[in-house]
Design a protein around this ligand. Structure first.
Ligand code: HEM
Length: 501
């Protein structure tokens, strides 16, 4: 007899119900270049449920060609509460989701301090809280019509718009001038991956449970999520949980979503680089060192000489790790992409065998200076789905408008603490990464001094001979203007939300 994980009458894992997953988990909707994120609060629960019941949410089913439009929905913890979720169910979401990104200690952990502190945000803080994120995507020229089509069936009665985040199609180039979205994890949609306890080489093929709840993750386990009694009548749309077949799984085929409005000081970024470089070419090289890739998207790491197996990398520009660059001479340790995904991280390199492997397993291996803040990166991956924006804002009473550019950073993961938050705090913002001190991410660092540790405003590179060059006095280039944690439910879970209880 087939178990809860196996397809009926076979030894195969049950296929993923892609028709129940929101499309954004599987597709970036790159052809749908027009996009806006509408953030709303619920003002009439019955009207909101009615709207949800008929909302044309787009699934992850692959069509012969990309759709003309797409709609995706995500909810904050308060959003679920305002929709009448039972307290027992609300308590089953992760602690990070329950407290929210605007929580003061959480904000400190994430580096949202000084001018990036939640009190300064334009949305997502206590005074401008949000319940629902409505993501609308459309092919060129179709967004306005799509918005009108979506905002019907009592929309105006159901919701109050807190803000609408517009986006700008910059052809995949983020405002500092670098291609974004090149490196993404490859999700194990076929459920074939059996994660090994120890992985000697960097892999990009990641267990589905790292991104979708209800499936096993890189530890071979199911992440905690809201499960309902099997006999709850209104939960009949929900599938049974694989690990608890007697319960209904609200989380299956859903995941957590992080949205942060990150404003980029493009002028300040390039001014700093020009002031610290002898020529425009040198300024560009320094910018590339900060990113870890050139303006063509080529990684600074060696593409030809790394021991990556290569079978699970779709994009040539992503088929590398840092094993061949242990001293950061090609790609600085502090470069944004090396912090955000150290790839081979603490994997022994080259792959070790015999006694050395035993010592590694027992934690008795020779630690190098830069093995401190790193851990196997496969446990800390995120799926990025952000969109750029470029608009203008009136800063003073005279009405003079200034350019505002940045990234509505959006990422998906199954475990906020282990994935997004770990990445943001232990790797990106940390001043103790890879034996570096006094620096945090050159693009994203807050530069706020840390009590007892001083300034965090430098960036260092190592030349071909190993000599270090340190740049100090980096200003803040990126400021957080808003943010929140959301849950992106499956399509059946949205139907569950639409039923009154
Ligand atoms: C305005 C803010 C940001 C800018 C301008 C920016 C820019 C970039 C660029 C140019 C790349 C290289 C291209 C690519 O591989 O896609 C990149 C990669 C990446 N970024 Fe960011 N980023 C920003 C914020 C963030 C944040 C907040 C996080 C996570 C907390 C993050 C995580 C990543 C990751 C995981 C990668 C891929 C690294 C790899 O696998 O090689 N980024 N980013």
């Amino acid at each position: 007899m087939a178990g809860p994980y196996l397809a009926e009458g076979t030894n195969m894992m049950k296929p993923v119900e892609v028709d129940q997953v929101q499309g954004i988990v599987r597709f970036g909707y790159g052809k749908l270049t027009e996009c806006c994120f509408v953030l709303v609060t619920i003002q009439d629960v019955a009207a909101a449920r009615l709207w949800l019941a008929s909302a044309p949410v787009t699934s992850a089913v692959a069509l012969p060609e990309a759709p003309q439009t797409a709609l995706q929905l995500a909810f904050t913890h308060t959003g679920f509460r305002n929709l009448g979720f039972a307290p027992e169910l609300l308590a089953q979401f992760s602690a990070e989701f329950q407290t929210g990104a605007e929580n003061r200690s959480r904000a400190r952990l994430l580096g949202d301090v000084g001018s990036s502190a939640p009190e300064q945000w334009e949305w997502g803080n206590e005074t401008r809280a949000v319940d629902v994120l409505v993501m609308m995507y459309a092919r060129p020229g179709m967004l306005e019509g799509w918005k009108r089509a979506v905002q019907t069936t009592g929309w105006a009665k159901a919701f109050r718009v807190v803000t609408e985040l517009t986006t700008t199609n910059l052809d995949g180039i983020e405002p500092f001038g670098f291609p974004d979205g090149i490196s993404q994890p490859e999700l194990d949609w076929k459920r074939q991956r059996i994660p090994p306890k120890i992985e000697d080489t960097y892999t990009n093929h990641i267990a589905l449970g790292e991104f979708l709840l209800g499936y096993t993750n890189e530890y071979g386990r199911y992440t905690d999520r809201p499960l309902l009694p099997g006999n709850e009548a209104s939960a009949e749309f929900l599938p049974h949980a694989e690990d608890h077949p007697e319960l209904r799984d609200f989380g299956r085929n859903g995941c957590y979503l992080v949205l942060r409005t990150l404003e980029q000081d493009v002028e300040g970024f390039w001014r700093f680089l020009r002031e610290h470089a002898e020529s425009d070419m040198a300024a560009e090289a320094l910018a590339a060192a900060m990113v870890g890739r050139t303006k063509d998207g080529e990684p600074l790491a060696d593409l030809t000489n790394t021991p990556v197996s290569g079978v699970d990398f779709e994009d040539r520009k992503n088929r590398f790790d840092f094993a061949a660059d242990p001293d950061g001479r090609r790609c600085p340790f502090g470069a944004h992409i090396r912090r955000a995904n150290p790839r081979n991280g603490d994997l022994p390199s080259p792959p070790v065998t015999g006694i050395q492997r035993m010592l590694t397993l027992a934690g008795l291996e020779n630690k190098t200076l830069h093995s401190d803040a790193k851990a196997s990166s496969r446990f800390h991956r995120i799926l990025r789905r952000g969109r750029e924006f470029a608009s203008s804002r009136s800063e003073d009473p005279s009405g003079v408008r200034s350019a505002v550019q940045g990234l509505h950073f959006l990422c998906l993961n199954a475990n906020l603490a282990r994935q997004f938050e770990f990445l943001q705090s232990a790797w990106i913002m940390s001043t103790k990464f890879d034996a570096l001190t006094d620096e945090s991410d050159p693009l994203l660092g807050s530069r706020e001094p840390i009590a007892g540790a001083g300034a965090t405003d430098s960036f260092s590179t190592a030349g071909p001979q190993g000599s270090r060059q340190t740049f100090t006095g980096l200003p803040r280039f990126v400021r957080v203007r808003g943010g929140a944690y959301f849950f992106l439910p499956s399509l059946p879970a949205i139907q569950y939300l639409a039923v009154s209880r």
